[in-house]
Each structure stands twice: as C-alpha cells, then as structure tokens.
Design a protein around this ligand. Sequence first.
Ligand code: ATP
Ligand code: MG
Length: 655
Amino acid sequence: LRSGEPSVLDGLDPDQRRAAAHPGGPLLVLAGPGTGKTRTLVHAIAHRVAELGVPAEQCLAVTFTRRAAGELTERLDAMLGERARRVLATTFHGLGLAIVREQHERLARGAHVRVADDAVRAQLLDAALHGEGDARARRRVTAGISELKRLRALGEARRDHDLVGVLARYDAELRERDMVDLDDLVTLPLTLLRDSPELVEHYRARFRHVWVDEYQDTDELQYRLLGLLCPPAANLSVIGDPDQAIYSFRGADVGFFLRFERDYPGARTVALTRGYRSTPTIVRAALDVIAPASLVPGRTLTAVRGAAGDGPVLLRRYTSEAEEAIAVVDSIDVALGGTSFHALDSGVDGSVDAGLSFADIAVLYRTTRQGEPIMEALAKRGFPFQRRSHLPLADAPAVAGLLAMLRASAGPQAATGHGAGGGSGAMNGSVTAGGPGNGGGRPVAVLLRDAVSRALDLADALRTELGAATTPAGAEGFPGGRVPTEAELRLAMELLAPSAAAAGTDLDGFLTAVTMASEVDGYDPRADRVSLLTLHASKGLEFGLVFLVGCEDGLLPMRFGPAGRQGSSAEAAAAEAAAEAEERRLFFVGVTRARDRLILSSAARRPGVRGDGETRPSPFLADIGASLVTTGGATAASSRRAARRPVAGQQLRLV
Ligand code: ATP
Ligand code: MG
C-alpha cells in the first residue's frame, strides 16, 4: 500500500487506522461506545483482503447477533464486492452449526442435520423421561441437562450426575432424528476440537484471520472454542468495551476480555478515544453514569461533535405508566413536527432542527413487558413502530404457536425427523395433529400465510363464542392452549416473514433459522418506524432521539431479591453488588444509544414495582452532573434532589 493511493482505510481517524491496518497477530481494541469499533472492524477485514491479499475465505468475523452479521456482510459487500461473501460473518451459534454440518459423520448425523426448537426439545425430553414428571419437574430437567452438556464440554461433569441417564436417552432421541439442540451448537464443536488435534489443525488453517466484535460478552464455552481456533500467536482481533458487558445472566463473563493480554502475550492494544456518535453532553452524562462501576480505569472518551445542536438530557417524571407512554408519543409528535427540540425543552436553550423521521427514534426499556403501553399509545396515534426484544424469537407465544401449526401442516417429516418411524409415541401427537398432509415443495411463506389465517380464524371464532369453556380445535399448538390476539399474530407474522421469504421452499432451513434467531435479528434499522427495544436488544445501535423509560429504582436497576441464598452474607452482598454493576452498565448502554437527544423518564406508579407504593426514581439519575440535565419546567437541581430523595408524599410532575 503506497501512501497517497486511495485505501479502504481512508475515512478512519489515526487510532482507528492503526487498529484497522494491523497486519496480523493478536490485537485488542478496547474502546467506549460510539468510538467506531464496529466500523473499524469492517475496514480491518477489507484492508486484509483487498490490500494485504488475504483470501476472503480465510476470514471469520464473529458478531453478537445475526442482524449484526448481516450488516457486516452488507458493508463488506459495498467495499469488496462479490468476494465479500466468502468472508464468514456469523454468530458463535452460526459458526457452531457450520462445524456441526461439516463434521456430521463424526457426530453420527446426516448432512442435513437440523436444530431442534423448544417445542421439539420438550417432546424429545418427554420421550427420554418416559412421560414422567409434571411440567415443573420437566423444566428443571431441561435446565439440568443443558447445564450438564455445558459441564461435559468443559470436562467438568461428574460421572454420577443425576441426569446422566436422561441426557443419554435425550441425546439418542436427537441423534435418531438427525437433530442437534442449541446447546450442542457450541458444545459439540468444542468437544470435537478438544479431542482431535487433526481437526484443530484443519480449522486453524481454514480460519487464519479471526475477528470478534462485542468480545466483552463472550461466555466460557465460546472462549474455549475460540482458544482452540486461535493459539496465542494467531491473527485474532477482539473488539469490545468491558463497560458494556450486559449478558452475564446468560453466562457471559467479562473476565475473558480483561485477560486477553495474558492469553495472547505480545498482543497489540489500540484504544479509540474519540466518540463520534453522541453530543458532548450525552457523552459526559454517560461517563458520569459509568464512573462508579467502570472496568476501564482512566477511560478517556471525548466527543468530536461540536456544540452545535447540543442540549441537556431531559429528566421527566410522570404519575403513571400510561401517562409516561402518552407523553412519549406527544414528544415524538413534536420531534416529527420539524420545528425544533426547543419545544421539548419547555424553554431551555440549545435547540436542534428536529423534523426527525420515525426511523431516528427509539424507546428503550428494561423489561419486555414495558413495551406494551408504549406500543398501544403509538398505535392509537397511528405511528408506525417495530418492537424487538433480545429474547429467542421462538419464545414469543404467538411465534411458537405458528411454528407448531406449520409443522403440523407440513406433516410428520418436518422438523421432528422420522415421524412415525421415530420410535417415540410421545412426540408424534401434536406434530401431525390436524395437518392436511405433507406440505413438501410449497414455499414456506405460503405455508406461513396459511397458518396465520387459520390462527386468525381461531381468534375470531373465540371472540364470537364468548365464554366457551373448551379449548377450540387447533389451539393445542399454542402455549397453554391460549390463542393469541390478532395483534400478537400480526407481530409474530412480521417477525417470521423475513426468514420465511429467505427460506424459499426449505421448511427445515426456515425452522432452523428461526430456532437460532432472537427477535432483534429481524430488526430493520432502515424501516421508517419508531423502534421499541429492550436495553439488551439495543446494543450496538444508535438513534437521533432516545427515550429511556422506566428509570425507577427496582426496575433499573432491577433488583433480584436476596441473591446467593446458600452462600454467606458476604457472598450474597458481593453477588448483589455485581448484579447492580451490571444494571449500571445496562443503563450506560441505553444512554449511549442516543446521537442528539436523550429523555430519561420514570413513573410514580408502575404495575409490579413496589406494589401499590410510589416508585423512586433510579439512583443512577442522581449520578449525572447537574449541568447536563434539565427537567423542562423545573430546575435541574430540584430534579436531582428528587432522584436522591424517596418520592413518597412528593408531587413532582413534569410534563
Ligand atoms: P458501540 O460500542 O455502541 O457498539 P462502536 O464503537 O461500535 O459503538 P460504531 O457503531 O462503529 O461505534 O460507530 C458509531 C458512529 O460513529 C457510527 O455512526 C459511525 O458511522 C460513526 N463513526 C465512527 N468512526 C467515524 C469516523 N472516523 N468518522 C466519522 N464517523 C465515524
Ligand atoms: Mg459496535
């Protein structure tokens, strides 16, 4: 690469350029939100392929969601053209599936091995338990065998574990149907590689250049798998921000990030310190928020954006959740109006030309349920929205029900393997129930339409037969036999439609894709709709205007009750402190999604929080410097007092 020639590194700042120009060997990019980590990663891959001559098929980029992987491929495509598609950009689960498919013979599976979804898993487990035990016992066993698989892959399982027998039978059921489950997608590749130096060599040669984004949320199995693929001198680049580690509830451990330099001695470290995303005020507010729990001592993050358009963070308190939702929609109305944010501030200076589109706006919240009142308020006003959580796609009851209907309509072959020949009475019933026979050859999208319209008919029939005491025929596939509402079905349809369209006539492929997906994978940042997202799902995204609702003590931070019941009180206190630190990081992630404007709100009453008593504003609010916030009508200082003080008896209502 001669100086003066145009390069894929153009458009990066000097630090980003240093990171992206790294020619090989281990690299750690540790940087805060909005500093261009993900952008740098794309340029780094493009640089190695286009300018250092690395074959694209030797490149593996691991992202946290399938959505992020898709975006990465798209951006590479724009820079590299067709050969970009030979870069494997995927999640750890996607990588696992690729390895499982390639090594299917060693795993006693066929070439078209499929991934069992939860419903199928439950049926297989039933068979393994010979139908014994109630629903609660089965849930315990499900969690237990998942844990046992994990321990086994880590080489830590006890031979006399209670569930060894059940797991063996369950695994046999899976094998018989040519299936693996989600746990297998990481545990099987890890076990294969751990036991075969020859396979390790094979995959090291195959993926000579590896990048991992959001490395702070890696779990132990993923860490071990990565360790086998990438020995200490490997061309491994990890990118992330320890202060944005928010998935420990799923087993992620920021400790792996923090010990990268020990695991990969001689690793080059690059820090990015310029924040491109947010206004100076939002960056400073975010730093105030994270300071008490930062895992990056001496972190520097400086906003490169100028003062133009900068304005204070808005703090608002409402009497109820419903009032909060309506106020959010009112504010969106104002922001869309094209006047200015000035109107939002009720007289505070620092106006920005608004005239935003729906796509520039997000409403973020701690728990999935909180999306409902917001959704209702938006729908009433006729504003378009898309709602996504970080939870598995197939967990949404309406989605689960539609998938059950699909399997039924496609006949016993679909997704549960060999059907009647499978040797298990327990698993055939609901799969074949009511199906019009094998749907082979029909486009998945058509099958899905079919299923939706049948479900809508069911919902309709239920509405007209008010008070019907029996579950209507066809409702069995829906969790608990409850037929979803029309709104739920429409949302489920919307979540499933992209995968259905992509699958063509490959129903198995569709079911596998849906099983591996989380709701946020189907998130479309370009759709002109307001985004309703859980904080976990908002990771990596950005919006002009962000509302973070439900900033209440007990909700954000969420309190999980007495942690570590069996441990000593010191252990319990440590666990609680760790949980609170993670909540703070989650709040930090939310705050840093905003480019131009941030509105933090709380409601004095919220179902499920503090019973009938009044909520207290989140203690995190009081950590934001007084000069950075405004309450609109009242002064910033009085609102800070409100954040510190118990709210009982106080009439603070700021709209
Ligand atoms: P997060 O921690 O939230 O994942 P990140 O560090 O990955 O953030 P990016 O999403 O890559 O940050 O970038 C944030 C924003 O800043 C994007 O809009 C990106 O286009 C912009 N940006 C990054 N680097 C530059 C640059 N050198 N010049 C102009 N804009 C930039
Ligand atoms: Mg990023």
